[in-house]
Design a protein around this ligand. Sequence first.
Ligand SMILES: [Zn+2]
Length: 165
Amino acid sequence: MKRKICNKCKINKELKEFYKKENKTDGFVTICKKCILSYAKMYRESHKEKIKKELKLYYLKNKLELRKKHKIYAKNHKREKREYDKEYRLKNKEKIKIKKKEYTIKSFEHRREYRKKHGKRIDIERKIEEQKSRIKEPYRLRKYRQRRRHNRGLDPWNPPGEKVW
Ligand SMILES: [Zn+2]
């Protein structure tokens, strides 16, 4: 097995530790995979904000196109997605359970807080609604009686066959 010294870490490594590149004399790049990966990682970490900004800009610029692509992709990979979701659920049962529990507690707390803050207003609004429906009820009842009377031909003001409502 042929070996080669990495230009970065200076370690003598097997050729499979290097990426291939056609225009290099021996067909391989001068720096080993590990060094390239660690450099990429370092770059990502030291340029986090910049990369984030660039990604965001790229997304904004290509929003419509990307959405379209995503839609097509999702359509073409429905089954895979379903299978992936299923597998994910199976693999992360506990995690999902905890998340659900957390969410339930959170939403309960949120509702309690909301109730504390807006309870009085909600009560008043509810009372108003009740009153409104109480006013509505007799109206509906009146209409109902009117309709019944009419259908029996007992409506003196509206001859049978003519619609009242
Ligand atoms: Zn190296």
